[in-house]
Design a protein. Structure first.
Length: 438
């Protein structure tokens, strides 16, 4: 069989409920509604569906933070929902879901045939989910009996954070042996699915029919007035596109055509305006459409607009460091990212100082090289490339090495596109009174 795609796209990562199994994503929906109903709170279908795709306890937490639900809860119980309430709701949710989960493992139309075609063209099949591993221990084998079985599965309980963070997609890439991330496609049926793919640097495809966003049974879709269905699908499509989906399809039967489009680069003009410039962007990390468009603009150092921008940046940088903005200034220096890192490490850490270097990629490791070159003491906190930063490891090193004065970490490893948890590490830096370099 002649391959019609599979030269540039190497893998497709699918969501489960609402994308490949459980048409309409009804398995968890009724349970979400029921656990609130038991407390005298009637949540709407829309409220119950909005966080779909996330880890289920996060889903419940987000529902509790919705204004309407929070206000009703406050009126009934004299307080807004607490974390204890979230845990109590989840404790009821899990066993209720387990009771019926097996009934919602039937593959959605066109899924089994499409997966078979993808594999014939040499593509690997990965998957992510909002379910826990225990839940997937029910879903996965039952779906396999009915014809759907991906090559790999990651659940949110196996990474530091679930959707919309990209960590589950990175785990798929590592397990499937596929790189770069731009050679992979993420397919899902929720906003968090779309954002997961975009955040991972993958092509993000959203499917409408059978999706949680559309929220209809297969029978309802087939029997609904065509114009009414078209209007509902149009609303869902708009939501997906606003969330960043590169493509929106009605059913999985259209996925092959999308892969062909990607491989033939027929959609290039949708993402990068045609121009005569060569855009030197960070290596394999992609940039947004707005950034690329801005890079196409000619800037002159004497232009008023350019000068105003530079002065504004200088003022903002000073305000980050001190409230005495009238006594200090900042000077912007041209150079690579490594140049900037070396300048900061070399000028802020004294001979008596010690730096905790958190690294999970080439640029993080380069900070250790800089320390060696400049004779700066450092504590090595290195993880595997694309591995998530373990905050427990970081905190243990801070406890064991009380003479650490600074912490450094790369926000986005451009070699892999991994975003690191700078906010969480920042909280540790504040707690242990360390100077934080990002």
């Amino acid at each position: 069989m002649k391959k019609i795609y599979g030269e540039k796209i190497k893998a497709v990562v699918f969501d489960w409920a609402g994308t490949t199994v459980d048409y309409g994503c009804f398995a968890p929906l009724n349970v979400f509604i029921e656990i609130f109903k038991r407390r005298g709170i009637d949540v709407t279908m829309e409220e119950a569906r909005k966080p779909m795709g996330k880890l289920k306890i996060d889903h419940i937490r987000e529902m509790c933070e919705m204004d309407r639900i929070k206000n009703i809860w406050s009126d009934k119980f004299g307080k807004v929902p607490t974390e204890d309430d979230v845990n109590e709701l989840y404790a009821e949710f899990e066993p209720m879901l387990f009771e019926t989960l097996e009934e919602y493992t039937t593959p959605i139309p066109h899924v089994v045939e499409t997966i078979e075609k993808l594999r014939k063209n040499g593509l690997k099949i990965g998957s992510t989910t909002g379910y826990t591993r225990e839940m997937m221990n029910i879903v996965e084998p039952n779906a396999a009996k009915k014809g759907y079985s991906p090559d790999f599965l990651v659940t949110p309980s196996e990474v530091s954070q679930g959707r919309p963070y990209p960590w589950m997609c990175y785990k798929n890439a590592e397990a499937l042996g596929v790189s770069p991330m731009s050679s992979m496609v993420k397919v899902g049926d929720t906003i968090s699915d779309v954002k997961e793919g975009v955040n991972a640097g993958m092509w993000s495809v959203a499917v409408i029919k059978g999706s949680s966003e559309l929220g209809l049974t297969q029978e309802e879709v087939e029997n609904m007035d065509k114009e009414e269905l078209k209007a509902k699908m149009s609303i869902v499509s708009k939501k997906f596109k606003e969330a960043g989906a590169h493509f929106v399809i009605e059913t999985m039967a259209e996925l092959e055509d999308i892969l062909i489009k990607i491989e033939n680069e027929t959609i290039k003009s949708d993402f990068v305006p045609e121009n005569d410039y060569i855009l030197l962007t960070p290596g394999p990390l992609s940039t947004t459409k707005s950034v690329r468009a801005s890079m196409l603009k000619d800037w002159c150092t004497w232009d008023v607009e350019y000068n105003n921008l530079v002065q504004d940046v200088r003022r903002r940088l000073v305000s980050l460091a001190t409230q005495n903005t009238d006594k200090y200034t900042s000077v912007l220096m041209q150079g690579s990212g490594t140049f900037s890192v070396e300048a900061i490490i070399g000028s802020t850490i004294s001979k008596d100082g010690k730096l905790l270097v958190i690294a999970n990629g080439a640029y993080g490791k380069r900070m250790k090289d800089i320390c060696n070159y400049l004779n700066i003491q450092f504590v090595d906190c290195t993880f595997k490339d694309i591995e998530a930063v373990d905050l427990n490891v970081v905190e243990n090193l801070l406890k064991e090495n009380k003479d650490i004065t600074h912490i450094s970490m790369v926000h986005c490893e451009t070699t892999t596109g991994r975003l690191n948890p700078i906010q969480e590490v920042g909280k540790l830096a504040k707690e242990y009174n360390k100077i934080y370099i990002v």
